[in-house]
Ligand binder design. Structure first.
Ligand code: GDP
Ligand code: PGA
Ligand code: MN
Length: 577
């Protein structure tokens, strides 16, 4: 295909690799890459008896998370990127990046990776090609995307694809940039090997570029997990939920029902744990696909108790990044709780509890979705699944109750736009600082948030059968600083209330922020909640919310006249209640 061949030739002329390898995604190709990485120390083999086909990668210690301050959206007009993005003019961005890429692959192999985001036969899927000098990126992209020959065939048929150019460069934080050129469907990423910065199909393509593309094509590219809830009657409802990075998407997507629910016949099916592409179907409902083929999950905290499905998924054929290891070479992280102890930390040093955790807080596993026991066969469906409810949520120690329901679509868009969350280790910078993270897309929306909210509002057309919108907070804390809600499997209780609301079956109390579960409407059988917990999880704090709403108003105003009036009116209406 000329457009692809020309681009590969141009990149090779700029970066001057010693060899070019087109990746077909075969087992033989993967085995050769792994052998190469074992030889040069990029990977270490883990215990073959306990973790067959699994490897450990230790990144550069300064390269362990996404770098939001070095991530740019380069649109012709600055306002199109919005105050939510760092911006550079496209010519300037290209010049800056091309200077870094000049000769950067000398002595290295350049890999060309054709990939498809979404089932290979789905009209909702989109393709891309990543060029990289990192075999670790190739091995991860093989797990996270549909990579290789079938993707190349689709690209040749369609003629268009997202171009992603990546080099680990010198892994120097001072020579590191992640730039997006949405008008050209192009990504340039230099100086980092970390997942969110380097696996360009993921956050760069499937969120930043795709959100821009989705706006012009009438669909949504969202930072959402997708799960199916099958009730004892055998009906399955699909829910999409947006939580910021390291705020519980992977855990909710793989939820295991509490025992009582399990015995009664409830099942939860995983479709995706991070990204959701959806668009209206002929019947007016929103249909969603998971564009990814694997999970790039946070290791710490993953245990048989918190997320048994994730733990079962990662027993074989898994790449672990920045975890600790035990004396017999098994991967280890804080919260694994399997009775073992680490001897080596994520840097490769002898483990010393006084010097910090054995696993980096943002250490990760990369694994094929097919290995997840709860993986839904519907995840491979070209048409996607119909969404009954959309959930927004953040990490909020105070104010925000366990769950509330938006009045209608416009109010729901405001609930998403007003989301706040405490920062986590998934990005570099301070942890635990509350910031606005609308729809969990602050680091990922490829255009002006004001235009993004307008796009969301535009789905409310005659004939649309839109999902109900909810907000949750699993992270409310008591006066003692401990979480008040047990979370994890017990989150199914909240999902059950939502589905009952969708069907018009559960009772609620109206408040200015939306409908809260009426006393007794949300099943709390089998869990012990004290009076403080009940008051904080199910209560409405009028004074606190008035302060919150004035801060939300100020936030919307930062976007000036581009902010849709309907959203400002909605904020005013609630602020006045
Ligand atoms: P993701 O990055 O959004 O996919 O987040 P994860 O599902 O990987 O979870 C990130 C962190 O939040 C992990 O340490 C989890 O143990 C923790 N977590 C997830 N769900 C819950 C919950 O319901 N309650 C509490 N307290 N913690 C949770
Ligand atoms: P997540 O994203 O934390 O939302 O799983 C992965 C990343 O940081 O790239
Ligand atoms: Mn995750």
């Amino acid at each position: 295909m000329p457009a692809l061949n020309d681009w590969v030739a141009q990149v090779a002329a700029l970066t001057r690799p010693s060899a070019i390898q087109w990746c077909n995604g075969s087992d033989a190709e993967n085995e050769a890459l792994i052998a190469r990485m074992l030889a040069d120390g990029t990977l270490e083999k883990l215990n073959e008896q306990t973790h067959p086909g699994s490897y450990l990668h230790r990144s550069h210690p300064d390269d362990v998370a996404r770098v939001e301050h070095l991530t740019f959206v380069c649109t012709t007009h600055h306002e199109d990127a919005g105050p939510n993005n760092h911006w550079m003019a496209p010519e300037e961005g290209h010049a800056e990046m091309d200077a870094l890429f000049d000769g950067c692959m000398q002595g290295r192999t350049m890999y060309v990776i054709p990939y498809c985001m979404g089932p290979i036969d789905s009209p909702l899927s989109r393709c891309g090609v990543e060029i990289t000098d990192s075999p670790y990126v190739v091995a991860n992209m093989r797990i996270m995307t549909r990579m290789g020959a079938p993707a190349l065939a689709r690209i040749e048929r369609e003629g268009s694809f997202v171009k992603g150019l990546h080099s680990i460069g010198e892994l120097d934080p001072n020579r590191r940039f992640i730039m997006h050129f949405p008008e050209e469907l192009m990504i340039k990423s230099y100086g980092s090997g970390y997942g969110g910065n380097a696996l360009l199909g993921k956050k760069c393509h499937a969120l930043r570029i795709a959100s821009h593309q989705a706006r012009s094509e009438g669909w949504l590219a969202e930072h959402m997990l997708i799960l199916g809830i099958e009730n004892p009657q055998g009906e399955t409802h699909y829910v999409a939920a947006a939580f910021p990075s390291a705020c519980g998407k992977t855990n909710l997507a793989m939820l295991i029902p509490p025992e009582g629910y399990r015995n009664a016949g409830w099942k939860v099916w995983t479709i995706g744990d991070d990204i959701c592409w959806m668009r209206p179907g002929a019947d007016g409902r929103l249909y969603a696909i998971n564009p990814e083929a694997g999970f790039f999950g946070v290791a710490p905290g993953t245990s048989a108790k918190s997320n048994a499905n994730a733990l079962a998924s990662i027993q074989k054929n898994t790449i672990f990044t920045n975890v600790g290891v035990t004396a017999d070479n098994q991967p280890w992280w804080e919260g694994l709780d399997n009775g073992q102890t680490p001897v080596t930390d994520w840097r490769g040093n002898a483990y010393d509890a006084t010097k910090g955790p054995a696993a980096h807080p943002n250490s990760r596993f990369t694994v094929s979705a097919k290995q997840c026991p709860s993986y839904s066969p519907k995840a491979e469906d070209a048409q996607g699944v119909p969404i009954s409810a959309i959930v927004f949520g953040g990490r909020r120690a105070s104010l925000v109750p366990l769950v509330f329901e938006a009045r209608d679509w416009t109010h729901g868009v405001l609930v998403g736009a007003a989301m706040g969350s405490e920062t986590t280790a998934a990005a570099t910078g301070a942890v635990g600082v509350m910031r606005r993270d609308p729809m969990a897309m602050k680091p990922f929306c490829g255009y002006n948030f004001a235009d993004y909210f307008s796009h969301w509002l535009s789905f409310d057309t005659d004939g649309a059968k839109l999902p109900k919108i909810f907000h949750v907070n699993w992270f409310r804390k008591g006066d003692d600083g401990k979480f008040l809600w047990p979370g994890f499997g017990d989150n199914l209780r909240v999902l059950e209330w939502m589905i009952q609301r969708v069907k018009g079956e559960a009772a609620a109390v109206e408040t200015p922020i939306g409908a809260l579960p009426a006393e007794g409407a949300l099943n709390l059988e089998g869990i012990a909640l004290g009076d403080e917990a009940k008051a904080k999880l199910f209560g409405y704090d009028r004074a606190g919310w008035q302060a919150e709403f004035s801060s939300i108003g100020e936030y919307l105003d930062e976007y000036g006249p581009r902010m849709p009036q309907a959203l400002k009116d909605e904020q005013q209406r609630i602020a006045g209640m």
